[in-house]
Design a protein around this ligand. Structure first.
Ligand SMILES: NC(=O)c1ccc[n+]([C@@H]2O[C@H](COP(=O)([O-])OP(=O)(O)OC[C@H]3O[C@@H](n4cnc5c(N)ncnc54)[C@H](OP(=O)(O)O)[C@@H]3O)[C@@H](O)[C@H]2O)c1
Length: 104
């Protein structure tokens, strides 16, 4: 069990779309296609299944609607694949704040 869980705390996924960088990741794109969802939907669902509270950021009302529509299940196998995905190396202007730590 995670140390924060033991203390009754829930983790927040603060930048679940990796500041937008996940949109450029082919592995994530291929898996999203397999589930018939967008990349942000897959990212958000991944974090939900990790037990996090997810706070995606969007300035687009259509994206906001889509981001709330995540009623699908990522298989255990695909969760494992996402957990061990090659880390994004370049977050561009957000490089001071990498988001996939691989600790979950
Ligand atoms: N107050 C909060 O709870 C909160 C939470 C997260 C971030 N933030 C703040 O917001 C800022 C940026 O956040 P972030 O970049 O780290 O968040 P993020 O959620 O990881 O990524 C946001 C990016 O993903 C894109 N995006 C989101 N949903 C999408 C969709 N359905 N389809 C296509 N693109 C989608 C957004 O573009 P579009 O706008 O075009 O959709 C934006 O470029 C930071 O300054 C952060 O501090 C605040």
């Amino acid at each position: 069990m995670r140390p924060c869980t033991k203390k009754g705390m829930v983790m927040e996924a603060y930048s679940p779309v990796a500041h937008g960088e996940a949109l450029k990741n082919q592995v994530i794109a291929d898996m999203a296609k397999k589930y018939g969802v967008s990349i942000p939907q897959l990212c958000i669902r991944f974090d939900i299944q990790l037990g996090m509270i997810v706070l995606p950021k969007t300035a687009d009302p259509e994206h906001m609607k889509q981001n709330a529509d995540v009623d699908f299940i990522i298989s255990d196998e695909d969760m494992q694949a996402l957990k061990t995905i090659k880390h994004i190396e370049n977050y561009g202007e957000h490089s001071f704040f990498p988001v996939f730590g691989g600790k979950f």
